[in-house]
Design a protein around this ligand. Structure first.
Ligand code: NAD
Ligand code: NA
Length: 396
């Protein structure tokens, strides 16, 4: 079939297998272009492995240090005439290439929050790898059904206390306008912590530890975000920020629980990037389009793969983790540089529908957004008929 982008609000309902494949192969090429390491991870489980930072972590593990990888994700398979979700095609492309290159790569598609998917993953580790030396936790989900109680929690992206008013951009139309977001109420904070906090990460670790499948010197990393004062009210000091506080505190608990195997739990604070998760957050798209402009001009722009390559090779598997005061790894260091933030703040004051195309990188934002779904990818012929019924070769 011929597949075209079909957008609704912040999401794209279709995705393109060839474009997704090209994105994955480009990321593989990027990692292969870097010096290979001998001390990188060897047996890796990635939770949230199909898109964004999780996919980049899987690729960096596999092609940076020849790791065997198991990926867990929640993606929609294709049906006749209906394309799969992009993470499906990404995983198909990754596993196809990994198998060609003689790398072990298998995956499990389902709800990572459930006991059932955890049990299946444990079984697969036992059968195929024996143990793992790294677990990357890169879930981004709006909902979680608690596996013990069956209660379904919904996360919200709201400020705490006061209504937040600031500019945002509809990146499809380029219109910059003011929006107001009402403060959270009721159980919003607790619900958001239940979904995006650290409880599920800890559950994974507790299970795998109790079953003795974590190697000596095992490492686990979850991803967090901080961002500038501009977005603070809705992000870091909002409901999602409370969940990230909880996630960050969980890293220390995990380290405590892994003392006997010298295991370590870390949080890495990553840069703001266009992903399916971040395009749904108000204000962030305007911030990202200005940030991209400034960072590209300075020659320090990075995507997910560049971020994770730096995380592995210059932090996690390097001499010095360069932890901040709160014990976190920071690969948002370039985003947060004073000169970069000062420039973004200046531009922010001038950003209107008329000025944004010049002072911001709206085009870059849009390209990245469509790229997430395999569209507007360089070198792909979108007039060519494609088979939407692509299989993931290592799917269990
Ligand atoms: P993403 O939407 O690209 O990836 C989410 C992944 O989670 C996908 O693989 C998806 O299949 C999987 N997933 C979602 N629900 C699931 C479920 N119930 N069971 C199994 N898998 C499920 O998101 P991302 O932007 O890469 O975010 C990953 C992490 O990085 C998040 O913790 C996010 O807060 C953090 N982060 C994001 C940014 C950013 O700007 N995008 C910046 C810093 C940190
Ligand atoms: Na991810």
């Amino acid at each position: 079939m011929i597949i075209e982008p079909k957008t609704r609000g912040f999401i794209c309902l279709t995705s393109h297998p060839t474009g997704c494949e090209k994105n994955v192969l480009n990321q593989i090429d990027y990692i292969k272009s870097k010096p290979s390491t001998t001390n990188g991870p060897k047996k890796v489980l990635v939770i949230g492995a199909s898109t964004g930072f999780g996919l980049a972590s899987r690729i960096t593990s596999a092609y940076g240090s020849e790791a065997s990888t198991i990926g867990v994700f929640f993606e929609k398979p294709p049906s006749e005439g209906r394309p799969a979700s992009p993470g499906w095609y990404n995983s198909a492309a990754f596993e196809t290439q990994a198998h060609k290159d003689g790398l072990y790569a298998k995956s499990i598609n389902g709800d990572a929050f459930s006991h059932d998917i955890k049990a299946q993953t444990l079984q697969l580790i036992k059968e195929d790898l024996g143990e793992i030396d790294m677990l990357i936790y890169s879930l981004a989900s709006p909902v979680r059904t608690h596996p013990d109680t069956g209660k379904r929690y919904k996360s919200v992206l709201k400020p705490i206390g006061d209504t937040f008013t600031n500019n945002t951009v509809d990146f499809h139309t380029g219109v910059v306008k003011e929006i107001s977001i009402e403060p959270c109420s009721g159980d919003d904070i607790d619900n958001t912590i239940a979904v995006m906090g650290g409880e599920d990460w800890q559950m994974w670790i507790d299970l795998l530890k109790s079953e003795n499948v974590l190697s000596k010197d095992f490492k686990t990393v979850a991803y967090s975000y901080i961002g500038p004062s501009l977005t603070e009210a809705v992000y870091r000091k909002g409901t999602i920020g409370k969940a990230k506080d909880h996630l960050e505190a969980t890293a220390f608990k995990i380290t405590d629980s892994l003392k006997d195997i010298n295991g370590k739990g870390y949080v890495s604070v990553n840069k703001a990037l266009v992903t399916q998760a971040s395009s749904a957050i108000p204000v962030i798209p305007l911030y990202i389009s200005l940030l991209y402009k400034v960072m590209k001009e300075e020659g320090i722009h990075e995507g997910c793969i560049e971020q994770i390559e730096r995380l592995f090779n210059e932090r996690l598997y390097a001499e010095d983790l360069q932890l901040d005061d709160a014990g976190r790894i920071r690969v948002d260091d370039w985003e947060m540089r004073d000169d970069i933030q000062a420039k973004v703040l200046e531009l922010w004051k001038d950003a209107t529908t008329e000025t944004l195309p010049n002072i911001g990188d709206l085009e870059g934002y849009k390209t990245d957004f469509f790229n997430l779904f395999g569209f507007n990818v360089e070198g792909v012929d979108y007039d060519k008929d494609v088979n939407e019924m692509v299989a993931i070769p290592g799917l269990q």
